[in-house]
Design a protein around this ligand. Structure first.
Ligand code: PMP
Length: 449
């Protein structure tokens, strides 16, 4: 494996002042920057040519690994053929082709099949789009009083105003005004009952009854939709307890509330099925995706809508716009080209189900960290792991951050949220690389003060 040497310009000293970095402690980062200059397969390389194994698939998005030639070539070809075309009241062939291909792998059946595709530019846009579709759907079926949105504590649904409203992270919410009327289910994280679970934890299905309580509190006729991540990734790898999603589905259906699964992380094979709804055997009415849809290469997202939701909105007079919503970059031709090439790789290499074969080894390797000092929980599902550390008194997240910096220096990229270390490597990962990542992580954990 070779990693390209970064161009000379990248190797020269540069000013870090102008780039205002997202979700980053800018001042701290700029004092000791970590820059990734190139990537190939399972590895990044730093500017000085140091190899770093990618334990996080970028930000949960590079499912087929880095530097995939078919994607590069498809993007080049598309840029040379049709670089951009307007997305409103105009179309271009490749967006229809890509939607067809996504529809072909969409989960669900009959009126519940999620094969109507609305393109966006990111996960956050997918979330806000899905929330708007839900409200518009309710109105279209004569349920115009249903505008309330229900999310969940410790949910992460991106950074749009809709997303932070239904999200459940205080730091993302407290500075900003939120959409009115929203409410939240409790989260399902329960260290006392579920620590060191493999796959779905045993306890907590009853937490889904929170939706019943919110119906009793607000009235079903005010609630448009409930949105959850089928597995919450960004907020610390929270796996739904056995029976939880089934129960949520049942309550939502009984009260005419749409169920939205945010599959921005779980979509495209992360759990060993193309989508998490298939892993859990529970179908939503709307599904949000992004990230793996283009292997992280070109920004794109997509909302997969059940036919019944889509069709309800197609019932108005013919010349009307059915949904007053969309983006300049909805169905961007270059993103569609990247997406089509990505789907070819996924299909050709069996990546959307590959994790099923890796998962037992993954689970065993990760759970072997049990007993390492400070480790108070390990959660594994699919090709995802959350390793939770005991907080250092008065410094939530400090230990995990220290491990992150140490791992990076030793050649492993991990991700931390609070006291949780998350691992989610590309789906092309080899068993020996799993062993390597866990061993590097073990070293960092053992070095923690
Ligand atoms: N939803 C979920 C479940 C996510 O994990 C993320 C990003 N990690 C988003 C939405 C937002 O996606 P983006 O950053 O592309 O806007």
């Amino acid at each position: 494996m070779t990693i390209a040497t970064p161009p000379q310009a990248l190797q020269n000293a540069r000013s870090l002042d102008s780039y205002w970095m997202p979700f980053t402690a800018n001042r701290q980062f700029k004092a000791a920057p970590r820059l990734l200059a190139s990537a190939q397969g399972m590895h990044y390389a730093t500017e000085d040519g140091r190899k770093v194994i990618d334990g996080t698939a970028g930000l949960w998005c590079v499912n087929a690994g880095h530097g995939r030639q078919p994607i590069t070539q498809a993007v080049e070809r598309q840029l040379a053929t049709l670089d951009y075309a307007p997305s409103f009241q105009m179309g271009h062939p490749i967006a229809f082709d890509f939607a067809e291909r996504l529809a072909a792998i969409a989960p669900g059946e009959g009126a519940g099949k999620l094969d109507r595709i609305f393109f966006t530019g990111s996960g956050s846009e997918s979330v806000d789009t899905a929330l708007k579709i839900a409200i518009a759907y309710q109105r279209a079926i004569g349920q115009g009083t249903r505008t309330r949105l229900i999310g969940r504590e410790r949910g992460y649904h991106g950074v749009g105003f809709g997303g932070i409203t239904v999200g459940g992270l205080v730091n993302n919410r407290r500075v900003f005004p939120l959409l009115p009327g929203a409410d939240h289910l409790r989260h399902t994280h329960d260290l006392e009952r579920n620590a060191f679970s493999k796959g779905q934890p045993d306890h907590g299905a009853e937490l889904a009854d929170d939706l019943e309580r919110l119906v009793a509190l607000h009235g079903a006729e005010t609630i448009a939709a409930v949105i959850v991540e089928p597995m919450a990734g960004s907020t610390g790898v929270l796996v739904p307890p056995k029976g939880y999603l089934e129960r949520l589905r049942e309550i939502a259906t009984r009260h005419g509330i749409l169920l939205i699964f945010d599959e921005v992380i779980t979509g495209f094979g992360r759990l060993g099925t193309p989508f998490a709804s298939e892993y859990f055997g529970v179908m939503p009415d709307l599904m949000t995706t992004a990230k793996g849809i283009t292997n992280g290469t070109i920004p794109m997202g997509a909302v997969f809508a059940a036919r019944k939701v889509h069709d309800a909105l197609m019932n108005g007079p013919e010349a009307t716009i059915e949904l007053f919503h969309g983006y300049t970059y909805s169905g961007h031709p270059v993103a569609c080209a990247a997406g089509l090439a990505t789907l070819d790789i996924y299909a050709g290499e069996g990546l959307l189900t590959r994790v099923q074969a890796l998962a037992p080894l993954w689970e065993e390797a990760l759970h072997a960290l049990r007993g390492v000092p400070h480790v108070i929980d390990i959660r594994t599902i699919g090709l995802v792991a959350g390793i939770e550390l005991a907080s250092r008194p008065g410094a939530v997240g400090a230990r995990a951050y220290e491990a992150f910096v140490d791992c990076f220096e030793k050649g492993l990229l991990i991700r931390v949220t609070g006291d949780v270390i998350a691992l989610s490597p590309p789906l092309i990962c080899e068993p020996s690389q799993i062993e390597e990542m866990v061993s590097l992580l073990r070293g960092a954990l053992e070095r923690l003060a």
